[in-house]
Design a protein around this ligand. Structure first.
Ligand SMILES: [Ca+2]
Length: 162
């Protein structure tokens, strides 16, 4: 009798363990805890201090075509040493025909990926890379006239996607 009782209890415990394991598997499949999502690329982030007096400066981040890039910048810089006016990475209301991007404000933060054409970043933007290459930054100023610039902006980048 005791043997049958032991076997019955053993079977009950075993079946409950099986049910519990099945429930755990279902929960695992539905919830998918973050620690088991190793195949999902985590976003790349970096911070670059971009000097006003340097032309193109690399973030060190290699961007691939189709990746979504979030850029946030803050700081104070100026495009010459003749007055006391500093401004942020959105630039100042001055335009130079000989600037890197003449149709855009002097002092605005520019970006490019590898050897791409420059594009406006300013204090915050999101873009999808059209090609591969290192993400680089520069102030919009007269080409070759960066030596008299002052200040710097801190640029934070988050790269996500493929
Ligand atoms: Ca300058």
């Amino acid at each position: 009798m005791n043997l049958w009782k032991t076997i019955t209890v053993g079977c009950l415990v075993f079946s409950w363990v099986l049910v519990l394991a099945l429930v755990c598997c279902l929960v695992f499949l539905v919830v998918r805890p973050s620690f088991c999502q190793g195949n999902v690329a985590s976003p790349l982030t970096t911070t670059t201090l971009v000097r006003a007096d340097g032309e193109w400066q690399s973030s060190g981040l290699y961007i691939k075509k189709g990746q979504r890039v979030v850029v946030v910048a803050a700081g104070a810089w100026r495009h010459d040493g003749y007055d006391d006016v500093f401004y942020g990475p959105d630039g100042v209301g001055i335009y130079f025909d000989t600037a890197v991007m003449p149709a855009h404000k002097v002092g605005v933060l520019l970006g490019r990926v590898g050897g791409s054409a420059p594009f406006i970043l300013g204090s915050s933007t999101v873009f999808v890379a059209e090609g591969d290459g290192f993400l680089q930054f520069s102030m919009n100023d007269d080409r070759g006239a960066y030596g008299n610039n002052l200040g710097e902006v801190r640029v934070q980048v988050l790269v996500n996607g493929r």
